[in-house]
Design a protein around this ligand. Structure first.
Ligand SMILES: NC(=O)c1ccc[n+]([C@@H]2O[C@H](COP(=O)([O-])OP(=O)(O)OC[C@H]3O[C@@H](n4cnc5c(N)ncnc54)[C@H](OP(=O)(O)O)[C@@H]3O)[C@@H](O)[C@H]2O)c1
Length: 289
């Protein structure tokens, strides 16, 4: 069956309380019936055509129940130490006869030199989906611009930002752009069996991002260089120790220039230019004030 962008479909967004899937709802809700999933309940208000179902990737039956009747599923997982989550999702998609899997993966999977835990996990996840027999689309973004939100309290408190290798560049992307591209491809057979590498329109270092934020906020900011030990401790406050190790490895690839190139994929798929860091920072200015 050929499914094009025109029809209304039943779409499941996993990770609905997370960053990307939550931004997809407004793109999809007017046309499609939506099922949102996460472990924690999320009120959907009175919006017709949207329901929230709790499920846990550790419990395959709960995922099958959430996926039942879905034309397309947007897959978000976030724990490389729990590979059974990703296995269960593919198993559940098969049992529920899902018509299309759109997987939130990562740009690093394309880099033959990237072997950190997170990248290897995403590669394995992609391979498993590609072997499932279910039509797929891979969304492969570079780092999200929203990582800058980690600076919000130090910007407010002392006018500082911080980074390991503060002059190394990353073609980071607005989460809003990742969400719009993902929403556009869901359930659309023109995007079956394709992988989309998504970046922002320019490559910026932490130092340069700080300068942009200073301009947007109208006050000076200082970008401080972290040692490897300080960076690891910073990552470990938000993530598990093995994830912190992987992020350190990833920072070394950034220093080597592996994340500096840009793609035109956002523009090709949305028909508008990708969001700049200055635009993203302006849109989120209140979070830093
Ligand atoms: N951050 C980056 O720069 C970046 C760049 C490229 C790719 N990525 C990829 O993006 C993905 C993360 O996307 P995101 O930031 O939108 O996610 P996120 O904000 O981390 O949210 C994760 C979502 O998954 C749900 N979830 C977690 N464990 C679950 C479980 N066991 N069962 C059911 N639901 C569960 C969470 O809801 P509950 O906790 O309520 O269950 C939440 O809704 C990762 O795969 C990452 O590799 C990130």
């Amino acid at each position: 069956m050929t499914v094009t962008a025109a029809g209304s479909r039943h779409i499941v967004l996993t990770g609905a309380t997370g960053q990307i899937a939550s931004l997809m709802v407004t793109h999809l809700a007017p046309r499609h019936r939506l099922t949102l999933t996460s472990r924690t309940p999320r009120p959907t208000g009175q919006r017709s055509g949207i329901r929230h179902v709790t499920c846990d990737y550790g419990d395959v039956d709960s995922v099958v129940d959430a996926f039942r009747g879905a034309d397309a599923v947007f897959v978000v997982t976030n724990d490389p130490t729990r590979p059974e989550h990703d296995r269960n999702i593919v198993r559940a998609a098969g049992r529920a006869s899902v018509g299309h899997i759109v997987k939130l993966s990562a740009a690093a999977v394309r880099d033959a030199a990237a072997h950190d835990l997170i990248t290897e996990w995403q590669r394995t996840n992609e391979d498993r989906i590609k072997s499932s027999g279910i039509p797929w689309t891979m969304i492969q973004p570079r780092s999200f611009m929203s990582h800058a939100l980690a600076w919000a309290s130090s910007i407010r408190g002392s006018g500082t930002t911080y980074a390991l290798h503060p002059h190394s560049r990353n073609a980071c992307i607005a989460p809003e752009d990742v969400a719009e591209v993902s929403a556009r491809v869901l359930g659309d057979s023109r995007h079956h069996f394709r992988s989309y590498e998504l970046t922002g329109p320019q490559s910026l270092s932490a130092h340069e991002q700080s300068a942009v934020l200073a301009e947007v906020l109208g006050r000076p900011l200082t970008c401080r260089e972290l040692s490897r030990e300080e960076a690891h401790a910073t990552y470990a406050r938000r993530y598990s120790p093995v994830m912190a190790d992987a992020l350190l490895e990833s920072a070394e690839r950034q220093l080597a220039g592996a994340k500096a190139f840009t793609t035109d994929t956002v523009g090709r798929l949305t028909g508008r230019p990708a969001t700049t860091f200055a635009q993203w920072a302006t849109g989120h200015k209140d979070r830093f004030e």
